[in-house]
Design a protein around this ligand. Sequence first.
Ligand code: DGY
Length: 329
Amino acid sequence: MSKPRVFVTRRLLESGLSLVQEFCEADIWFGEMPPSREEILGKIAGQDGLLCLLTDRIDAEVMEAAGPGLKVISNCAVGVDNVDVSAATARSIPVGNTPGVLTEATADMTFALLMAAARRVVEGERQVRSGGWKTWSLDNLLGADFAGATLGLVGFGRIGRAVARRASGFGMRVIYTDPNPTAPQPGEEALQVDLDTLLHESDFVSLHTPLTDETRGMMNAAAFAKMKATAVLVNTSRGPVVDQPALYQVLKSHQIFAAALDVTVPEPLPTDNPLLTLENCIIVPHIASASRQTRQNMSRMAAENLIAGLKGERLPNCVNPEVYGREQG
Ligand code: DGY
């Protein structure tokens, strides 16, 4: 029996690659750079399945180019803002993602960024490398304290809660805002507040929200104006949640203390972007989930979603389960 045909938009790590190659006739894009729009539109034609990355915009045009045989879209990420999920749902195509497996790695990186920005680690490293460090002194590179400080989590899903667990070990008070809150579990002691209160009271603000119409640009000049002058902002969610020109202004004028961004608009950020001129801004290349085991787990999970969809089974992790309800109903 012939194997189902799939397009995989980038090389998966071994745990996922071997599964896909065993079960599918896979056209895998091995380029270092993602396939272009034209290449995606060309490659997807006639495929039964698509396994894509967050760098690929998968919209109705791509689904149309695939033709009526497209049975599943598996995104190798927990965020699915690169996929037009409504367009997939309208075509009864299940969309898979990779929740859970990247929670701890992303929370670790959030803390790494919080600490690096608050304690000026990157600035200090630059000082040493450039020969700018002349002697130990009491006031070189003073940063923020963690014990007793308030951490504000914008979004209290899996990752936000994992950050809260880490914060308790640092003796921090945690507050959060979330439109669909679930009660904190033991070890996640945190108080729900509204966004204004969170911005006013937090010494650290960390973003853990999906990118939606509501969250796009939510960290804008008005939001920054509510933050403390000593506050640190960390974004490991999606770049467009932060209004970057407004962030540049408040960092430059020291209206807030520092920021660390794992995600930006665009990615990569052009090297002449003004944010990269600031000592109090750390930018890393969307690596919050980039631990060895996590990326293996994401690859495997994405492959499992793909294969389930090809078999006509329910995806283990599906962001539009209503496609099944419709079939059953
Ligand atoms: C995701 O999965 O959405 C992250 O941004 C990458 O791991």
